[in-house]
Every structure is written in C-alpha cells, then in structure tokens.
Design a protein around this ligand. Sequence first.
Ligand SMILES: N[C@H](CCC[C@H](N)C(=O)O)C(=O)O
Length: 329
Amino acid sequence: MNIQLIKCHGSNNDFILIDEITNFYSFTDLDRENIALALCDRNSSLGADGILFVMKSEVADAKMRIFNADGSEASMCGNGLRCAGRYLCELLQKDELIVETLKVNLHVKKAEPIFQQIPTYQVEISPVLFQLDQLPMNLPRETLFNEKVSELSQDLLFSAVAVPNPHLITYVDAEVIRSNVQKNIAEYVNGPNDLFPDGVNVSFVHFMQKDRIYVRTYERGVGFTNACGTAMSASSLISCLLELNEFEKGIEVFTNGGKVRCVVHKNKEEYKIDLIGNATYLYNAEISIDLKHPENFSVVQKTDTAEQVGYEQLEAHVKEIIDPVIFSS
Ligand SMILES: N[C@H](CCC[C@H](N)C(=O)O)C(=O)O
C-alpha cells in the first residue's frame, strides 16, 4: 500500500504525521507499532522521534495518537500535539480545536508567532498528577517533590509528575547537564528496573534566570531528543512550585532544539500548562510499504517545504543564549 505523510517538528522534536481522516487507511495497532519502528529508524530513508496518527473522534474535533520510535504508544506528546493541531486546524479550517488524546481531550489553538513568522500553536497540557501510582513509580510514598532517590543518586533532588505521560525531573547546575549523569540514570529507569515499570521521561533542568529555564530530556521510547514538549511543560510547573518562577507568567523554555513559552496555571490544587511553540512542516512524502515487511518501505515522492529556513533563525537566536550558559560556563 501507499501512505501519504508529513514530516514535521516542534522544537526539532521530529515526527511523521499520518492522516487517517482523509486517507482510507485501516491500520491495526500492531500495524501502527510496526510503522513506527520502521519509519522512525534513523538508519532508514526517513527517521523520526515518533509517529502522529490523526483520526476521527466521536467526542472531539479529532483524535491524535502518538507512537514512540520504539513502537510504544504514549498517552501524550506536547510537541506532537502542536504539529497535529496545526494540521487539523488547516484541514478543518478552524483556528482552535479540541483534540482527543489517549486519556484526555485537550484544547489546541493557533497562536501569535513565537519568533518572526514561525507557525506557532498553543496546546493545553493537563491533567497534572503527582500521585506516584499515576506514573507509575514504585516508592513507599504518595508523591515525590524535590527529594533524594537513593537508588538513583546520592545528591540530586527529583520530582515526579504525570501530565499525563510520566516525567522525572531534577534541577541541576550546568556542568551536570554536560556530564553523563543523566544518560546513566535515564538508561537505568528505562531498562528493567523496580522504580519505573513502564519507564519514564527523564529531564535535567537548569534555572538560567527568572522566567528562563533550559531543559534536556531523555525520552522514554526514544532516547535523548532535541526537546520534549510535555517535559518542558512539567519542568516549568516544577520551577513554579520551587518558587523560581511565577504562576500565570510566561516562562521561556530553552532546549537544544529551540524555545517555547509555557504558562503555568494554578487553581487551588489543580494545575494546567499552556505550551506555546512552533509547528513546522519539513516535507510531504508518499511511501510504498508492505505492512507485513514494513522495514522494506520505499519513498515514492518527497517534496520539501521552505519552512526550516525560517526556523533556523530561531535556532541561531537560541544558540546565542544557551551556549554561554550551558555549554561554556
Ligand atoms: N516519549 C514520550 C512521548 C512523547 C513525548 C514528547 N515527544 C513530547 O513532546 O511531549 C513518552 O513515552 O511519554
């Protein structure tokens, strides 16, 4: 069969978007897993951090499912929802939508450019769940906020939160970001381990200055990515709970892949986060694939867009800001 796709990214966290609304594909979940494994493979002619399947919904304007590069399905993807949100707004000719995701229906809307003329979307990140059984994380306690976890480190302080996909977050100095501490911890909690039976996205965060943080994430099911939208959002939330930043105020979140803005909303003990950032299309393509042997797919046609040139301006702006703080301090 032939499949139409769009290669897109949010903060250079890149995805292959497949539209099951206008195309008459009938994938099983095993098909989706195998498509993710084959097309995300960086040694293949495509390569991506994940696949976004957009489809009809009975309860919202549309539905998005996210499959990681290892074929596992995640409950949410912040950078991916911005890309799917753009695609769906253009498809349905609306400026805002409700998108059904695995566990929750989320608000998405077109936003003012985050930088120059870059296509920018705002997505809702919620619910925010601190109970460890929501990750799941196996510790003899209800929640984990800015505490030591002796199985992981003798000195780092960790927070655990589900938004609703699982995140383990620690605030560190720049030289820790440059070390291999994060890689070692992230590989441990995403391998066979007692703490996180389903794995977890691991973020090391550096507080740069008021209203400005830097986040590096090792994603469950992927590995290190240029950015992770739900992680940037969760890290912004933790910065407010640590009283480094303020609720209801824009926080600039920098990563190796670019920058987004997060606004953390607090209503009594309920939180939700606005994640605002680019949704960039890189190319349209058509592939020929046999779902029984998906790894042998071939690209039938591929048409680049001109959007990445504009995004590279933002990359240069971000590099100027983070290099002196993170990579040479
Ligand atoms: N790896 C994540 C899913 C993708 C999330 C990330 N790409 C984002 O932008 O939020 C997980 O397994 O929970």
